[in-house]
Design a protein around this ligand. Sequence first.
Ligand SMILES: Cc1cc2nc3c(=O)[nH]c(=O)nc-3n(C[C@H](O)[C@H](O)[C@H](O)COP(=O)(O)OP(=O)(O)OC[C@H]3O[C@@H](n4cnc5c(N)ncnc54)[C@H](O)[C@@H]3O)c2cc1C
Length: 291
Amino acid sequence: MHRTLRPFELLEPESIPEALQYLSKCGAKGKVLAGGLDLIQKMRRWQIKQPACLVSIRRIPGLNYIRGGNGRGLRIGPMTSIRALELSPEVKEGFPVLWEAAHQIASIQVKTMGTVIGNLCVATPASDIAPVLYILGAKLRIAGPDGKKTVAIEDFFIPVCQNILEPDQFVTELTIPAIPAGSGAAFMKLAHTKACIARVNAAAMVTMADGVCKQARIALGAVAPTVIRASKTEKLLRGKKLDKALIAEAGELAAKESKPISDLRGSAWYRKEMVAVLVRRALELAAERAK
Ligand SMILES: Cc1cc2nc3c(=O)[nH]c(=O)nc-3n(C[C@H](O)[C@H](O)[C@H](O)COP(=O)(O)OP(=O)(O)OC[C@H]3O[C@@H](n4cnc5c(N)ncnc54)[C@H](O)[C@@H]3O)c2cc1C
């Protein structure tokens, strides 16, 4: 239900130190505003405690960037939209699995307003971007009153739909390391329509040497309180040839590792069945791409 927004103070810092000062001043009553797609909607629906002040990072120059690619890692700024990710040649050529995830997100409108880092800060287990970042080993740079720190993406989320950020901290950058040689990766999403969020999603990356899987990374979305790694399945694949039977077994094991709930998007039973299918397909494609 839409209700009237409660009055709030809009603060528009022009530098990161100024933003940090405002966030410290606002404390638990403040919120960072990036694209506003998620935050304003939740405020309108009174789904969150109404913030007394919003610290917009939109006027801070130089926060909208994608740097790197061409065999190197990527650095993505906190005002970079999902659409910019989708349109970036560096992403499409160097990190096609990330492009695949961005491409499958809802609509152009959503992708144009929503930022990549905002998508992560929302911390929904159904994010399409987070599973891909899990398999790529991404990290987040966080700024706060005590300076900057870096955390692995897998340590950023807390069940359910929360992240580790303190009210006076914000994410200043997403970093993604270069993809190891001999690797192939794929992302699969199952949703009711193209405009819907995932019922289940899965990302897989395999690194091959001499026809054997040296390393496998598998992440599952919308089937646990946070995005999760299917670590037992990864272990099953390590050191083996990825034939059809092993990949099918991996799909079944990943389904066992998932912990979905039943909700309006699907039953827990259906989601587990679909994990097996999506992981199998993602692994088949990843192995093909690794060639
Ligand atoms: C109709 C619709 C369809 C969608 N479909 C999909 C989909 O298919 N797949 C998918 O993965 N997602 C989907 N989303 C989610 C969408 O990608 C996110 O809502 C969006 O990316 C959030 O980014 P934002 O910049 O608008 O964040 P905001 O709304 O500005 O912020 C969201 C939250 O993150 C915090 N925040 C934002 N940036 C920072 C930062 N730098 N540091 C600290 N905190 C920060 C804010 O304080 C707030 O709590 C959909 C959303 C909508 C509304």
